[in-house]
Design a protein around this ligand. Structure first.
Ligand code: NAD
Length: 374
């Protein structure tokens, strides 16, 4: 390994450019992107022109990156359906891999990826950057300090009122594996499990709805094409854990509701609870409230308001964007590789998130009957 990690990025669409390249540019002293790969060579060239050094190259064939003996790390930022294939090929070739969320389209694929990483002794992580939000770092600190007591119930909210992505292949089931559940559900489930510190799932039940795919009016960013809309528009799930805890999941791109609640969670503990909602003012921040009984009274404390739970640094809209969350995520990933420690988001944790997503789809296919885990 040279003095800097040499990274190849596969997939230079929205997230490859808006998060990974921007994030890695913050760690130029420890990592450099030397290979830019996309089916669409113009995207690869644009990435290289903006972020590559003189030695960087472009390709349309991901195997060029996988086979390159000078590459240490591969970031997989392609459509969901090829995450498993590319990740496993890169791991087998001796690379560490960061793969975008969702880890994979099926639980079987996710387990294959994790098991391959373990077998070849390389690191694997998944791009759940929401954990890096200041608001969630603060809640995690409180959870780890025991401020919530036992967190025995939680909710993962991933709802948009009309927010179907109209770029890329998001509504193509064969390339994405599903709609809002697989696309948005994972962030919130990941944060909820991490705060609960509970990865022992007992059962998953759920439904998925195909009700609004032909009603594109009012969509943020423009109407989608109903003729090519193949995925669910909302999904609901209920997860039980081996210790009796539970998790409700809701995800939508299109659902008749007042306020969207994307990337949000609710947790209920024996000592306190917490909930996050999107800022009604429209900033990128989440509004976070912790609720507890103190001195015989019902008390609510908001993050950023000051007082006992105030986190130094405050909340800044720009800070919680991709550059901020992605920059921290990339820094921790580079630390894990260079220091040979577990990644911040482990493959084992991400497998459980995928098992829950997969479980909701499977349960829905069997009319809502629960899927039981060993
Ligand atoms: N972490 C996040 O916040 C976040 C946000 C958006 C998307 N994502 C995830 O990132 C992934 C990509 O989403 P996007 O919005 O960037 O999509 P996109 O369509 O904008 O970009 C995907 C790119 O991958 C390329 N590609 C696909 N398969 C390829 C292959 N085999 N070889 C080379 N190039 C290939 C496509 O040509 C395209 O340019 C998805 O899995 C999505 O779920 C994560």
């Amino acid at each position: 390994m040279s003095d800097k990690l040499r990274i190849g990025i596969i997939g230079l669409g929205f997230i490859g450019t808006q998060k990974h390249l921007v994030a890695l540019a913050q760690h130029k002293d420890r990592a450099e992107v030397v290979a830019f790969c996309d089916f669409d060579i113009e995207r690869a060239e644009a990435g290289k022109a903006q972020w590559g050094n003189d030695a960087a190259y472009t390709t349309t064939d991901y195997m060029d990156v996988v086979r390159d003996p000078d590459i240490d790390v591969v970031h997989v930022c392609t459509w969901n359906a090829n995450h498993c294939e590319i990740t496993c090929a890169a791991l087998e070739a001796g690379k560490h891999v960061m793969v975008e969320k969702p880890m994979a389209v099926t639980a079987e694929d996710a387990r294959k990826m994790r098991d391959t990483a373990k077998r070849v002794g390389k690191k694997l992580t998944v791009g759940f950057q929401y954990r890096q939000r200041e608001e969630y770092q603060w809640l995690k600190k409180l959870a780890d300090e025991g401020k919530f007591g036992e967190i025995y119930a939680a909710k993962a909210h991933a709802t948009r009122r009309r927010g179907v992505p109209i770029w890329g292949v998001f509504t193509d089931k064969s390339k994405q594996g599903g709609g809002p559940l697989i696309d948005l559900g994972g962030y919130s489930i990941d944060v909820a499990l991490w705060l609960m510190n509970n990865y022992e799932v007992a059962s998953v039940a759920g439904v998925v709805n195909y009700k609004l795919g032909d009603k594109p009016a009012g969509n943020i960013g423009g109407e989608w094409d109903p003729a090519t809309y193949e995925v669910e528009d909302s999904a609901f799930g209920f997860v039980t854990f081996k210790n009796g805890a539970s998790l409700f999941v809701e995800a939508s791109w299109a659902l008749n509701l007042k306020a969207a609640r994307e990337g949000c969670i609710t947790i209920h503990g024996t000592e306190a609870g917490a909930e996050t909602v999107q800022d009604p003012g429209g900033s990128a921040n989440l509004v976070v409230d912790v609720n507890l009984i103190e001195g015989g009274k019902q008390v609510n404390t908001s993050f950023g308001e000051g007082g006992a739970y105030f986190s130094a640094g405050g909340v800044g809209g720009a800070q919680n964007g991709f550059a901020y969350m992605g920059g921290l995520e990339a820094g921790l990933w580079i630390d894990a590789i260079l220091n040979d420690t577990d990644p911040y988001v482990t493959a084992d944790q991400a497998v459980v998130v995928t098992e829950i997503l997969d479980g909701i789809y499977k349960s829905a296919e069997q009319g809502g009957k629960p899927v039981y885990f060993d």
